[in-house]
Design a protein around this ligand. Structure first.
Ligand SMILES: C[S@@+](CC[C@H](N)C(=O)[O-])C[C@H]1O[C@@H](n2cnc3c(N)ncnc32)[C@H](O)[C@@H]1O
Length: 350
């Protein structure tokens, strides 16, 4: 006898975010007018349900994860299964696929879970379930070498799963949209992780190779204790680190970093540099004004910086800031990174 499972459709989109930022992601999805959006506070995910009775969410309507500020991950789902029996989650999933799977099969299967109190313990379930699921999919011919789609599963609880599919290469490549990085033992601060993630997420490989080369120059405003400057020096850049506070000894020991004791809002570079970095804790409006000035006066070619967010109206604050920055930058990219808390990271190019 088949296990009792309820299957819910029409389909839609699922987006993952940092817990506490569901409202912001929900607003971003709502304004795309693709369907009704549901978001539960601190669930770390948002569900959009299509407003049309279709069997598949139209591929051309799926936003790229890079274009949603507060989404770590986003993909279209075609079925939600509830009441999965704990002793056999496989059977209802295979039954749903027998009915709904894409004709050409899938190149791979990826299991994800939300980064929430309820979701994090599901990591183990995803790990142990991945192998039997993969074997069963192979046995039924659903895993096809060279197929254009990837099968995605998101466990919301241990008995609820969303099934989705996404063209290979379209979803965020890190499971759950989480860029896991190891802090080097010699790193002067945890901020190093934020900067490394920013360069991985906001630039592609080709841009990183072109824009970030040994021998280039950078200014780091609000540099102390020196994590960002230290990382730039590790990549071979020469850095002017501006801060009234002290830099860690390991930072000065790189030999590539000059410490300037000054106010980052007033200090001017003696000559143009390749990169401006800014991590000063200030109102977004002031930081945008400052970075806009550096870009429009060509004091730097690229900027990577943080905007600290207020508790309320976070999305509106970012929207206003970005609109303003676009007046002096030809390219602006914004993401709420895994290592960001109450802030977003911005890349801008003059
Ligand atoms: C979050 S910390 C920077 C951490 C740094 N990115 C790292 O990787 O270690 C912010 C720094 O900005 C500095 N700061 C704040 N306002 C500043 C200003 N007006 N001028 C210079 N530095 C400032 C503070 O002294 C503090 O050291």
């Amino acid at each position: 006898m088949r296990a009792k499972t309820s299957k819910i459709q029409p389909p839609g989109l699922i987006g993952l975010c940092r817990p506490g930022f569901e409202r912001e992601l929900a607003k971003e999805l709502t304004r795309m007018a693709l369907g009704a959006v549901q978001a539960e506070q601190n669930s770390a995910f948002v569900v959009l349900t299509a407003d049309q009775p279709v069997s598949r969410f139209a591929r051309e309507r799926v936003p790229a994860w890079q274009n949603l500020i507060f989404a770590r991950q986003v993909w279209p789902w075609f079925a939600r299964l509830e009441d999965l029996p704990r002793h056999d989650r496989l059977e209802p999933i295979l039954a749903a696929l027998d009915e709904l799977a894409a004709a050409g099969g899938y190149r791979a299967v990826v299991l994800e879970f939300p980064d929430s109190q309820i979701g994090r313990p599901l990591a183990k379930l995803c790990r142990t379930f991945a192998q039997p699921l993969t074997e069963a999919l192979k046995a039924r011919g659903y895993l096809v070498e060279g197929a254009g789609l990837e099968l995605r599963l998101l466990f919301g609880t241990s008995t609820t799963v969303w099934l989705g599919e996404v063209p290979c290469g379209l979803a965020c490549p890190w499971p759950g949209g989480i860029v896991r990085l190891k802090l080097p033992r010699e790193a002067p601060s945890r901020s190093v992780l934020k900067l490394v993630e920013a360069f991985k997420v906001l630039l592609n490989e080709e841009e990183r190779a072109r824009f970030l080369k040994p021998g280039m120059s950078a200014v780091d405003l609000g540099a102390a204790p020196g994590g960002w400057s230290w990382q730039l020096a590790k990549w071979g850049l020469r850095v002017t680190a501006v801060d009234n506070a002290r830099l860690a000894k390991s930072v000065l020991a790189t030999g590539l970093i000059e410490h300037v004791v000054a106010d980052g809002f007033k200090w001017r570079p003696p000559k143009a540099v390749d990169w401006l970095l800014c991590d000063m804790i200030e109102r977004p409006q002031l930081v945008i004004e400052l970075v806009g000035k550096w870009l429009s006066r060509r004091w730097c070619r690229h900027a990577m910086f943080n905007l600290k967010l207020p508790m309320k109206n976070r999305l509106e604050t970012v929207d206003t800031a970005v609109a303003r920055l676009r007046l002096s930058a030809k390219e602006v990219r914004v993401k709420h990174l895994y290592h960001d808390r109450e802030e977003v990271t911005v890349y801008a190019q003059a």
